[in-house]
Design a protein around this ligand. Structure first.
Ligand SMILES: O=C(O)CCC(=O)C(=O)O
Length: 237
């Protein structure tokens, strides 16, 4: 089924497997040297890579901003069920207004993956589903290989599944050029303290018309602060 139908989709072979494995190895090398992954501009370039943008446009339409990237991760463990959107509690906040299309998209790029690295609860982008009460048969488990992408609506409940070897992933977030994206961008960068895009990265995004404004959304709409939960600032964003 397509993204349009279910608000998530696995896109196989978006970048060639050899390239994915090369980038995965490079990420491991940098991690071993304790070098910040931001130093690797090949990863920043993925944000504007045409094959990845084709996927993004298929899912959420043509005019998008790049709203956040999480540094590449090397991990093996399960994460808890969660939503990535800024209004994490179902029905609370503007992310849940059914009259305004929600177009914030998480893209997980797999460089190395074994088994089935991600689970999603379909329908949780519009239904108040409690993961503890969802029947196991209603959970979708996705398999991904190096070079594959899993893209999903940020409101969908999802969790990383443990894999036999550590998976190496890079998470990219995109959104329509609208207030949902401004809110998410501001939630991550102004409230949660993730660093801004580097100058080189900003230039790349700007050239593609994909650089969001650096507006502090919550300074403009302070009442909406009551609809978001802000974890303690991260020490190593
Ligand atoms: O562990 C994973 O691969 C999923 C990560 C995830 O769910 C997240 O960071 O939002």
């Amino acid at each position: 089924m397509t993204y349009k139908a279910q608000h998530f989709e696995l896109f196989p072979g978006v970048i060639p497997k050899e390239e994915a494995l090369y980038l995965g190895a490079r990420i491991r090398e940098l991690a071993a040297l304790k070098i910040h992954f931001g130093a690797e501009s090949a990863l920043d370039r993925l944000s504007v890579r045409s094959e990845i943008l084709d996927v993004v446009h298929q899912c959420i339409g043509p005019k998008v901003w790049s709203i956040h990237n999480i540094r590449p991760q090397i991990e093996k463990f399960r994460s808890n069920w969660h939503r990535d959107c800024s209004n994490k509690v179902f029905g609370r906040g503007r992310d849940w207004n059914p009259e305004v299309e929600y177009r914030c998209l998480k893209v997980i790029m797999y460089f190395e993956a074994t088994n089935e690295p991600l689970q999603i609860i379909p329908g949780s982008y519009y239904k108040d589903l409690n993961p503890k009460l969802v029947q196991p048969g209603k959970v979708v488990t996705l398999r991904a290989n190096p070079g594959d992408i899993i893209a999903f609506d940020m409101r969908q409940l999802h969790r990383g599944k443990p894999t036999s070897n550590a998976k190496v992933v890079h998470q990219l977030s995109y959104g329509g050029q609208d207030h949902h994206s401004q809110r998410f961008y501001s939630y991550m960068h102004h409230l949660r303290g993730f660093p801004p895009f580097s100058d080189v990265h900003r230039e790349m995004l700007s050239d593609e018309g994909m650089l969001p404004p650096d507006t502090d959304y919550f300074a403009k709409f302070p009442k909406e602060l009551s609809t978001v939960q802000v974890p303690k600032p991260r020490r190593t964003p």
